[in-house]
Design a protein around this ligand. Structure first.
Ligand code: GLU
Length: 561
């Protein structure tokens, strides 16, 4: 067959050659070893926790090596596209430190625009480019058209697919598919002319030349040495509307855009033979690949399950509402990605995670386990190391959006709020009261009159009169100007006077000879002033609340007892 003639019949309007296009997309001039990576999401919904993984890896590898990290929007499936998803995705990723050097960006009106010399960065705008390469493959006999008549289309649509799948004999199915495929390859130029004259739609299929019984050696940067079968499937390159399939777009785009490392989910691993064949046919250098395992979670029965879209923790936007600081999520992702991150972090507690030398070799080959407990642990530590001013700003910002009433309280008393948040901060062992910004109100709400209520009740084993006497004595002797030791000496004196041990050692040695200890006396006062059995240091709490409020709360409790 005259393949050039075939190509010209199919695409008479295409006059550009791959060489012309290559000239428009020159190789990037980057230092030796610089990696060019991309994140290539389909704008079909929110950013999934599982998407933060490959994008973080890609961002780290590019920026760590002095390379380029770009964003390409893979919007070739218009049916699945969700309006605003691409815009949302850029914003969410930026929140989690995933910043692109190039690619689809948001302009000042919040609309998608291009930045960089290798665009357009939205696949739907790259149609002509794909067709040039498809035409080339057809002209070389490596791809061919496959026409569908109206009748065939109708027939396809009327088949009851579910019934068909249920009753399938798979062996026979494979054979018939193969026969179908070979039959498709059998056509003449005259057939093509007829179809074109009748305006029948066509797809472009690759002409596979692989032997499925032969296997190729391949090195995946995460999975290591593997072998994959050769491709023997005439898969579709261009759909009948001229839009490419993922496979074809991947080869053309990643080649023209100069991607050196493809970092993607392992669900693409089975398609690798197709991609190897395509890069070969097109004469493109095969990039390096990393296939990242899916994120797992434990279900109620302790079995590992894929973290699915609907699972708690899957949608990155939920983390904002839950009140997690992005730094914590990023650091948590690093602990999952690199097994030596935590050790490094312990040695370099003050350095940002971006200083960590990220290493592909330390990545988990099987799936990482997503676990809120671990995230919470990371988060608590991060917040405990922030300054009080910083925490104040962050809690305030979060509250403005999710709890405006609390935001008003914070803004109404900024100095008091900061002093509260300063309790137990600094030093080697800072307090870890906050896991998320959402925790701030339950933790510190009692300081504000608006939220103060007595939550905890006094344990029943204490005599009410002892509690009352403690509060009365305390209110009589309390002096705001006392230093902490004087204050505590007074509490101890109350303990002694009521038959409670002021000395913990003495109490432990012989608990039976006391009604309780000074710890119980403190608790009586604590519940009155904070409403809770547990609170930060009581002396400091009183210093922040002030004399009047402290005494008001004590007196109000006395009158209730
Ligand atoms: N659009 C593809 C996806 O969202 C991209 C895969 C890739 O990174 O190559 O799964």
């Amino acid at each position: 067959m005259d393949y050039q003639l075939l190509a010209d019949l199919l695409y008479p309007e295409i006059t550009e050659t791959p060489e012309d296009i290559e000239a428009r997309y020159p190789r990037r001039e980057l230092p030796e070893g610089a990696q060019v990576t991309r994140f290539a999401p389909s704008p079909t919904g929110f950013v999934h926790f599982g998407g933060l993984f490959p994008s973080t890896v890609a961002e780290r590898l590019a920026h760590q090596s002095g390379g380029v990290f770009y964003l390409r929007i893979e919007d070739t499936d218009a049916k699945r596209e969700v309006e605003g998803a691409a815009e949302g995705l850029i914003k969410t990723l930026a929140t989690y430190g995933v910043h692109f050097d190039e690619g689809a960006i948001l302009d000042e009106n919040g609309k998608i625009a291009d930045k960089g010399n290798y665009g357009p960065y939205k696949q739907s705008q790259r149609g002509p480019l794909y067709r040039v390469f498809a035409k080339k493959l057809v002209s070389e006999g490596k791809a061919y058209p496959c026409f569908t008549t109206e009748e065939e289309l109708d027939e396809l649509q009327s088949v009851n697919k579910k019934e068909e799948i249920k009753n399938t004999d798979w062996q026979a199915e494979a054979e018939s598919r193969r026969a179908e495929m070979l039959a498709r390859r059998n056509f003449t130029i005259e057939d093509v002319k007829e179809h074109l004259a009748a305006n029948h739609p066509f797809v472009i299929r690759i002409l596979a030349n692989g032997d499925p019984d032969k296997r190729m050696k391949f090195t995946d940067l995460v999975k290591g040495a593997i072998d994959v079968p050769e491709n023997d499937e005439d898969f579709v390159l261009l759909k009948s509307d001229g839009i490419p399939t993922y496979h074809f777009a991947h080869a053309v785009d990643d080649h023209l855009m100069g991607t050196t490392h493809i970092i993607r989910g392992e669900e693409w691993l089975p398609s690798l033979p197709k991609h190897i064949q395509l890069f070969n046919y097109l004469g493109f250098k095969l990039p390096k690949y990393m296939h990242i395992s899916q994120i797992m979670r434990l279900d109620e029965n302790g079995n590992k399950k894929k973290l699915s879209k609907r699972d708690m923790g899957a949608n990155m936007d939920d983390y904002t509402e839950m009140g997690y600081c992005p730094e914590a999520v990023c650091e948590y992702v690093m602990t999952l990605l690199n097994s030596n991150y935590e050790e490094w972090h312990m040695q370099n507690p003050d350095k940002p995670y971006t200083d960590f030398p990220f290493n592909i070799k330390k990545m988990s080959v099987s799936g990482c386990l997503f676990d809120f407990e671990k995230l919470n642990d990371v988060s608590k530590n991060i917040i405990s190391r922030m300054s009080a001013d910083d925490v104040y700003e962050k809690v305030l910002n979060w509250s403005k959006k999710f709890d405006p009433e609390f935001a008003c309280e914070l803004e109404g008393a900024p100095e008091m709020s900061k002093s509260i948040l300063a309790i137990g901060r600094g030093g080697k062992k800072p307090r870890k009261d906050l896991t998320t910004w959402r925790d701030a109100k339950p933790y510190m709400g009692f300081f504000y009159d608006k939220y103060f209520t007595v939550i905890d009740e006094y344990p029943e084993n204490f005599d009410k009169s002892d509690i009352k006497n403690t509060l009365v004595k305390f209110s009589e002797t309390y002096d705001y100007a006392d230093d902490m030791n004087t204050w505590f000496d007074k509490v101890k004196a109350i303990a002694d006077s009521l038959g409670f041990a002021s000395d913990m050692k003495a109490y432990k040695a012989d608990p039976a000879s006391f009604k309780g200890s000074v710890a119980d006396i403190s608790m009586f006062i604590r519940v009155a002033v904070t409403g809770k059995m547990n609170s930060p240091d009581l002396y400091t709490v009183m210093q922040i609340i002030g004399k009047d409020k402290t005494l008001d709360r004590i007196n109000s409790m006395i009158s209730k007892l």
